[in-house]
Design a binder for this molecule. Structure first.
Ligand code: GCU
Length: 402
């Protein structure tokens, strides 16, 4: 593995959590640190060894992804030996005839076992085809699949996206792996791992990797659908879905853009800042999300890498990170700093550096080449403001008027 030869030190200043937000978070989590003054000094590993060339980037990128596979999301998943796509329903008049809805069952076969889950796809009727598409890793209840329901769920602004010419796909991550430490292995994980096997390797995959694997299977389907531009598929998720979207973007280079909304610990934000959720808290509360190596490093208080490397690994494709000003559990400043520190991987491909170490003002998106960031007013959620910015970003990256 290529070892970094240089290092950069944090000097992010600027945006600060409001006293009110800190007091509120502190009241909910009395033993958790939310004060910047208590952040220990730290140095971030350099993203690139000095002199690394563009040609050398793919191997270096792969080495970064491998570190996250080994120490965080886990190994052992692959494309299944067989895949079948069954169209269960088509409705050409969905969303007041603005879109065509397809419900597709995706069946994976591997080593004599099968797993099936459903995805939905809304394709705009009156827009250019093949259409660019968003793929949402849905972490809310399945009723969110019904894009025609009123009022439309905040987390999925289907009508707005369809109105701007984007297709929208989604799947229910719990159809891949139930979100419980004692039940997550009963789903797609069975294809790769015997559920009764208690002695799993320390690097064996966790539930987040299974959800990301599901996103890749949806991408397998999208590649076969002539109404979708397979070079313009954006994977997006909120919170635990945001961590998953980043991992899907890191591991599956078919995704042109990865978007993490309020993904926090294990996603966009730095591990070392000890603000809000820490790897230790995450691994104790959600031991099934990451692998055993992650849990061991978290218990030891020594994570082997920082999350800016995960964002960097998406280069030369595009990445967007969104924070929320009152979502201190996810450490907005740590998310921005991580995003900014990933910069050299994008500068390598001609992007300008991130000019300011300061978190930008709220509701003011910052776009630097292939990277976008915003911090929105409000809480831990994903809503209209976020979706509109994601659509702006995707349209600009794809060079399309939307
Ligand atoms: C918890 C968890 C976070 C996660 C969030 C969510 O708060 O600690 O890591 O992002 O749930 O998925 O909503």
């Amino acid at each position: 593995m290529t070892q970094p030869t240089d290092a950069s030190t944090s000097n992010v200043t600027g945006w600060r959590a409001s006293a009110e937000a800190i007091a509120k978070a502190q009241a909910i989590f009395p033993t958790v640190n939310f004060e910047e003054a208590n952040v220990p000094p730290y140095t971030l590993e350099a993203v690139l060894p000095a002199g690394l060339t563009r040609d050398q980037w793919p191997a270096h990128r792969e080495a970064i992804v491998e570190r996250f596979r080994d120490g965080s999301f886990g190994c052992g998943l692959s494309k299944p030996q067989s895949l079948a796509f069954d169209l269960i329903e088509t409705d050409p008049a969905a969303l007041d005839s603005k879109a065509t809805l397809k419900r597709v069952r995706i069946t994976s076969g591997h080593h004599g076992k099968t797993h099936a889950f459903e995805m939905v796809l809304y394709v705009p009727n009156d827009a250019r085809k093949p259409a660019p598409a968003f793929l949402l890793i849905n972490i809310k209840d399945p009723s969110h699949f019904d894009a025609s329901r009123t009022p439309q769920p905040d987390v999925w602004r289907a009508e707005r996206l369809i109105g701007r010419g984007f297709a929208l796909a989604s799947f229910q991550r719990t159809d891949l792996a139930i979100d419980k430490p004692d039940a997550w292995r009963s789903g797609a994980a069975r294809l790769f791992d015997d559920e009764s096997n208690a002695a799993r390797p320390d690097d064996a995959f966790g539930a987040l990797a299974v959800w990301a694997w599901g996103a890749s299977r949806v991408m397998d389907y999208l590649e076969t659908d002539a109404s979708i531009d397979q070079s313009q598929v954006v994977v997006v998720g909120h919170s635990r879905g945001g961590k998953t979207a980043l991992w899907a973007g890191a591991t599956d280079t078919r995704f042109a853009i990865a978007i993490s909304n309020n993904s926090g610990c294990g996603g966009a934000s730095l591990n070392c800042r000890n603000i809000g959720e820490t790897p230790l808290r995450l691994s104790r509360q959600f031991p099934h999300w990451m692998n055993a190596n992650y849990r061991r490093s978290a218990e030891a208080g020594a994570m082997p890498f920082e999350q800016h490397l995960l964002l960097a690994s998406i280069s030369p494709r595009a990445v967007y990170v969104c924070s929320a000003a009152d979502d201190l559990w996810a450490d907005p400043k740590g998310e921005y700093e991580s995003w900014a520190a990933a910069s050299p991987a994008f500068e390598l491909f001609g992007d300008p550096p991130v000019a300011s170490p300061d978190v930008p003002p709220v509701n003011t998106p910052l776009i630097v080449g292939r990277r976008g960031y915003h911090i929105r007013t409000g809480a831990h959620e994903m809503g209209e403001y976020d979706w509109d910015r994601f659509a702006d970003f995707a349209a600009a990256q794809f060079g399309i008027a939307r």
